[in-house]
Design a binder for this molecule. Structure first.
Ligand code: FAD
Length: 451
C-alpha cells in the first residue's frame, strides 16, 4: 500500500477512537525525522497520545495493521534510537503529570522532564538522583529506556537503580505494572488469577525460565565486575532465588520491549553537605593520575573536560574565559557529598593535599561549598556539551563513539591509544568523561560531506 493511502486510512480508522494528535503532514514528518544523532529517517507520521488508554488504542491498531511504533521522549538520544520509518509516538507532549508524591517515592508519567520533576518535589527535601547532563530536556521515559546516568553515577548509580515499578504498554496494547515479583506468585501463575495480571501470567514464567536456563551464559557475558555495559538487554541480577525483578530487564531496553507510560521512582534526601573543586591541568597525564588518586577519597562525581570543550566554554562565557587559561589541556570537576558542608570541604582538602604530596601538576581554580558557585561549575559541562552540535565548518564533532566503558585505572592508557589512532588519521576530537566511572564521550571532528 502507498504511504499516503496508509496514512489516510489510519486517520479514518482512528477517528473517534484515538483522542490525541495524529499527523502525517510534511512539517511533522520533517520535525521527527531527526534527533540528537547524526541520522535522519523520515517516519510514516507522528502520534501524541493523551494518556495510557489512548496509547493502548494506538498499540492495538498498529499491531493489527503491522505498523511499527517508535516511542519518543525529548528526542535527545545520540544513537538514533528515537528514529524509524513507522509511526513516531511522542510521549513528551501530554504524559507530563507528576501523579503522586510519596514519602520516599514519586509516581510520574513518562513524558515528565527530569528538571521539572526535581523542581516539583524539591519542597519535600528529596530528589530523583540520576543526572544526565541534558537535565533540562530529557524525559523520564527516555531515561528509563536508555538507563541514563550522569556525573554522579559513581555515587548514585544509573536510572535503573531508582525504579520501583513501571507501567508498561506492550505492542499488543495489553498493559501491566512491572515490579519485583515473588517467584511463588509466578510459579503458581494461572491466567486470570488475582495475583498476576494476564500479560504477567503469559510472560513472567517464560522469562524466569529463560534466565534460569541461561544463568551461566549471563554470568559469563555480563559479569558483576563490568560496571558500564550498554550492549543488549540487562539480564544480570534480574532473577534471584526468590524474586524476578521485571523492571531491571525493561530499563535500558530502548523502546524495544514496550512503552513506559508511568513509573514509580525512588527519591533520595537532598545532600546535606557538598563541596566542589575545579582543577586545571596543562597536560592530560596528570589529570588522569589525579582521577586515580582522588578515587580513594569517596568521591560523588569526577568529570574530565578536554581542551576543545574548554575552548568552547571560554568562547561563550566571560566567566570561564577569565577563569580558565587558554593553554589548559583539561579540567576535572570533583564533588564530595557528606553530612555537612564542613565535612565535604574537609574531604576535598584532604584529596587536594594528597595531590600535592604526589606532586601532581595542577591548579585549583575553584574550591567551594556555596550552592551558586557549585551550580556555576557544573554549568560548565551542562552548557558546553550541547554547544558541540552548533560548531560550524566542514569537520564537526560527530557523536559516534559515545558511552565507551573503560576501567578507570586504564583511562590514561586508553587516552594515549585514542590519541595515537586520531593522530594516525589526522583527526581531532573532543572528549568528555565521567572519569571515575570510566564512561567516555569521544567525538571525532569529521566531515560528513560526500565528495
Ligand atoms: C547534549 C546531550 C547530553 C547528553 N548527556 C547524557 C548523559 O550525561 N548521560 C546519558 O546517559 N545520556 C546523555 N545523553 C543521551 C540522551 O539524551 C539521554 O540518554 C536521555 O536520557 C534520553 O532521553 P530522551 O527523552 O531524549 O529520549 P529519546 O531520545 O526521545 O529516546 C531515547 C530512547 O528511549 C525510547 N523511549 C523514549 N521514551 C520512551 C517511553 N516512554 N517508553 C519506552 N521507550 C521510550 C526511545 O524509543 C529511544 O529508544 C545526552 C544527549 C545529548 C544530546
Amino acid at each position: 500500500m502507498r504511504q499516503e493511502d496508509r496514512s489516510s486510512l489510519m486517520s479514518e480508522d482512528l477517528a473517534g477512537l484515538f483522542r490525541g494528535e495524529l499527523r502525517f503532514d510534511a512539517v511533522a514528518k520533517a520535525a521527527y525525522a531527526s534527533d540528537g544523532s547524526l541520522y535522519e529517517v523520515t517516519p510514516l507520521g507522528v502520534a501524541a497520545p493523551l494518556d495510557r488508554d489512548d496509547l493502548t488504542v494506538l498499540c492495538r491498531y498498529a499491531s493489527e495493521h503491522k505498523i511499527p511504533l517508535v516511542p519518543r521522549g525529548a528526542g535527545s538520544g545520540v544513537a538514533g534510537e528515537a528514529l524509524g520509518e513507522g509511526l513516531i509516538v511522542d510521549l513528551s507532549r501530554h504524559l507530563t503529570a507528576v501523579e503522586a508524591v510519596g514519602e520516599s517515592s514519586v509516581r510520574v508519567q513518562s513524558g515528565v522532564v527530569l528538571a521539572d520533576l526535581n523542581r516539583a518535589i524539591r519542597a519535600t527535601g528529596r530528589y530523583f538522583p540520576p543526572d544526565p547532563s541534558n537535565v533540562l530536556v530529557t524525559t523520564i521515559g527516555g531515561m528509563l529506556a536508555r538507563d541514563s546516568a550522569g556525573s554522579h553515577s559513581i555515587e548514585i548509580g544509573t536510572t535503573r537503580d531508582w525504579v520501583q515499578s513501571l507501567e508498561v504498554v506492550l505492542a499488543s496494547g495489553a498493559s501491566f505494572e512491572a515490579r519485583s515479583t515473588p517467584l511463588t506468585e509466578i510459579n503458581s501463575a494461572v491466567p486470570g488469577r488475582p495475583t498476576l495480571s494476564a500479560p504477567e501470567a503469559a510472560i513472567l514464567p517464560q522469562l524466569a525460565w529463560l534466565l534460569r536456563e541461561n544463568a551461566d551464559l549471563i554470568v559469563k557475558w555480563q559479569p558483576a565486575t563490568l560496571k558500564v555495559n550498554r550492549c543488549g538487554y540487562r539480564l544480570r541480577d534480574v532473577l534471584d532465588r526468590d524474586v524476578l525483578n521485571v523492571p531491571q530487564v525493561l530499563v535500558g531496553s530502548e523502546g524495544t520491549l514496550g512503552f513506559f507510560s508511568s513509573a514509580t521512582l525512588r527519591t533520595r534526601p537532598l545532600p546535606l553537605g557538598r563541596a566542589v573543586v575545579l582543577l586545571e591541568f596543562k597536560a592530560l597525564e596528570p589529570a588522569t593520575t589525579a582521577v586515580t588518586l582522588c578515587q580513594k577519597e569517596s568521591l560523588a562525581a569526577c568529570d574530565l573536560l578536554d581542551r576543545r570543550l574548554l575552548g568552547l566554554s571560554r568562547e561563550v562565557d566571560r566567566y570561564f574565559e577569565t577563569l580558565i587559561s587558554p593553554d589548559a589541556e583539561a579540567v576535572l570537576i570533583l564533588e564530595w557529598t557528606t553530612s555537612s558542608p564542613q565535612s565535604a570541604l574537609a574531604a576535598a582538602r584532604n584529596c587536594l593535599a594528597n595531590l600535592r604530596d604526589q606532586a601532581v601538576n595542577c591548579r585549583v581554580l575553584i574550591e567551594t561549598t556555596d550552592e551558586t558557585d557549585m551550580a556555576r561549575v557544573w554549568s560548565l559541562a551542562q552548557r558546553v556539551v550541547p554547544l558541540l552540535n552548533q560548531i560550524k565548518g566542514n569537520a564537526r564533532p560527530v557523536p559516534i563513539v559515545e558511552d565507551i566503558a573503560v576501567p578507570p585505572a586504564a583511562l590514561h592508557e586508553f587516552l594515549l591509544d585514542a590519541q595515537r589512532v586520531l593522530q594516525e588519521y589526522e583527526i581531532t576530537a573532543s572528549m568528555y568523561a565521567h572519569a571515575a566511572a570510566g564512561q567516555i564521550h569521544l567525538r571525532p571532528f569529521l566531515s560528513l560531506e560526500v565528495s
